[in-house]
Design a protein around this ligand. Structure first.
Ligand code: SF4
Length: 177
């Protein structure tokens, strides 16, 4: 049986336009200077059955969707496939992926069909960059460096991904990671 690997699953209220189960990816090898998440790599990995993990998320009425982030979900493509199995069994319609890679690196073809709205934050963290804020209806997301981008893809009736508008509203002078 294939297992999925992650660090933790926690509530998240801010990093997507829905209340989410944040699944913290197990590793990151991207090596961004100034990364503030490296300590997460010291946590024990959890190995679990993707079906059991997904069904537990499905059965929690508090969560409207899933975020994959914390570390780098695309670091290990075999594990990313298992994370997509979790998403499939969770039956969520909303998924957000925080990746330091670019949109063309995300294997959209393996995102399960239950996902209808796919939010993706792309781009590496650049220390001392200006931050940038994106807006989507009443939700705003501040990204840590101004090369990073928020994308929204939605499935149409024949299961193709269509890019929906998001607004890059401003650059900010402050920095964060
Ligand atoms: S991709 Fe994110 S977690 Fe990985 S090194 Fe860069 S800032 Fe840190």
């Amino acid at each position: 049986m294939s297992e999925v690997k992650f660090k933790r699953i926690i509530d998240n209220f801010n990093d997507a336009p829905f209340i989410a189960a944040l699944i913290i990816a197990p590793s990151c090898s991207r090596g961004c200077v100034g990364c503030q998440n490296q300590h997460i790599q010291d946590e024990e990995d959890i190995l679990d059955d993707p079906r059991a993990t997904g069904e537990a998320i499905r059965d929690n009425p508090f969560w409207d969707g899933i975020i994959l982030g914390g570390l780098e979900p695309l670091d290990d493509m075999e594990n990313f496939k298992q994370l997509m199995e979790v998403v499939r069994f969770s039956e969520v319609e909303k998924l957000m992926i925080y990746t330091s890679y670019e949109l063309y690196d995300v294997p959209l073809n393996i995102v399960p069909r239950n996902v209808r709205s796919l939010y993706i934050k792309t781009g590496k963290y650049i220390q001392d960059s200006e931050t940038v804020t994106y807006s989507l209806r009443s939700w705003e997301l501040e990204l840590a460096s101004d090369n990073q981008t928020l994308h929204l893809l939605q499935r149409n009736s024949v299961d193709e991904w269509i890019a929906a508008p998001v607004i890059k509203c401003r650059k900010n002078n402050s920095t964060k990671s």
